[in-house]
Design a protein around this ligand. Structure first.
Ligand code: KG4
Ligand code: ZN
Length: 350
């Protein structure tokens, strides 16, 4: 089955063509990626310091058709060879979701093929299966994106149990807010990570919120406030001094956040007795987090699995893949022409 995937939940337009043949034959899932095209709106939103929803929707409208053509060209397939269409139905920005959903549903109607609305986080969560060392069910998923921070127990496709989540800011949000405090452009996760590499350890002792809360929940707004307090307290004597201050503070921030994510993930592994952990979502691209998880996995004897790096942030491939697995499990949209989007959508209810 050849599945077209459409992602438009936030500020990336992603289209991909995925063939389930290899997966169904028990081979590596990544072999099924036939074509993919992506456009990031990051540059457009940068001057506003964050995503402007109306601009995002309009840009998705401009991009979907050319990206579809690009993905089909890469796959060397005509539109008529698509067997089913998967699109992100939620969660995300309502207007942005509407673009992909309306596009996907109309295309499915025109081609007389089935369609399926995909939960964006399910796309992230299953994307490590596309990597080189794919996990087997069941596993623990640490989902860390711009809007979510969750630990899930994944027993199979569609079988997700929420173990813990953030009570305030998401990990990516904490990265982006810290970036802003350090004068870095939006979205600043990768830039903070890079800056932190130049920082000296030990200069700041930032809090590790909820580390000992006894549960698997997270909180990152206090950490961001601690960064803000340090920024307010600091008066630089020269530019070198300021640059070192920012690098040292970025280092301490990353260290605290990573420490909490790693310790809670290890706790989830211990609590469930599972042996595999997958890291998914944009913050999953973070070097320091990957290194710390690898070290902890070695110590506690569990395996960590990552999606291919380019599939960590939003993309069409993960939506095509998650949709394909759902379709193979017998799910699909009703044939009624009516459709809706789900800007807020609980994954455990998907
Ligand atoms: O999953 P994603 O692409 O979009 C959402 O669904 O939210 O995640 C975007 C988030 C942003 O907050 C961005 O700053 C963060 O992922 N991010 C990173 C890195 N690359 C992206 N955070 C830390 N280190 C990185 N290397
Ligand atoms: Zn995402």
């Amino acid at each position: 089955m050849i599945v077209l995937g459409i992602e438009t939940s936030c500020d990336e337009t992603g289209i991909a063509v995925y063939d389930t043949k290899n997966w169904e034959a028990g081979q590596a899932a990544g072999l099924g990626i036939l074509g993919q095209a992506l456009h990031s709106q990051v540059a457009m939103h940068r001057e506003y310091g964050g995503v402007v929803p109306e601009l995002a929707s309009r840009d998705h409208i401009r991009r979907v058709l050319p990206l579809l053509e690009q993905a089909l060209t890469e796959a060397k397939l005509p539109l008529g060879s698509i067997d089913a269409i998967a699109y992100t139905q939620g969660p995300g920005l309502a207007g942005a979701l509407l673009v992909g959903t309306a596009f996907g549903r109309s295309l499915a109607l025109a081609l007389e093929k089935p369609s399926i609305g995909v939960h964006h986080l399910e796309g992230h969560l299953l994307s490590p299966l596309l990597g080189e060392t794919a996990p087997r069910f069941p596993f623990i998923a640490l989902l860390v994106s711009g809007g979510h921070t969750q630990l899930m127990a994944v027993e199979g496709v569609g079988q997700y149990q929420l173990l813990g989540e953030t009570v305030d800011d998401a990990a990516g949000e904490a990265f982006d807010k810290t970036a802003k405090l350090l004068g870095l452009d939006y979205p600043g996760g990768a830039a903070v990570s890079l800056l932190a590499e130049r920082g000296k350890p030990g200069r700041f002792d930032l809090p590790r919120p909820m580390l000992h809360s006894g549960d698997l929940d997270f909180s990152f707004s206090g950490l961001k406030t601690a960064v803000l307090n340090q920024v307010n307290r600091f008066s630089p004597t020269n530019t070198d001094d300021k640059a070192q201050f920012e690098a040292d503070l970025a280092h301490a921030f990353v260290e605290s956040l990573v420490d909490v994510l790693v310790q809670k993930s290890a706790k989830a592994i211990k609590q469930t007795g599972y042996r595999d952990l997958v890291l998914a979502g944009g913050v999953g691209a973070n070097k320091q987090l990957r290194a710390a998880l690898n070290a902890r996995a070695l110590r506690d004897q569990f395996q960590v699995h990552y999606p291919p790096l380019q599939l960590c942030t939003d993309n069409g491939v993960m939506i095509a893949f998650a949709g394909a697995l759902r379709l193979l499990a017998g799910h699909q949209d009703s044939t009624s022409a009516a459709f809706d989007v789900k800007p807020r959508w609980d994954l455990t209810a998907a």
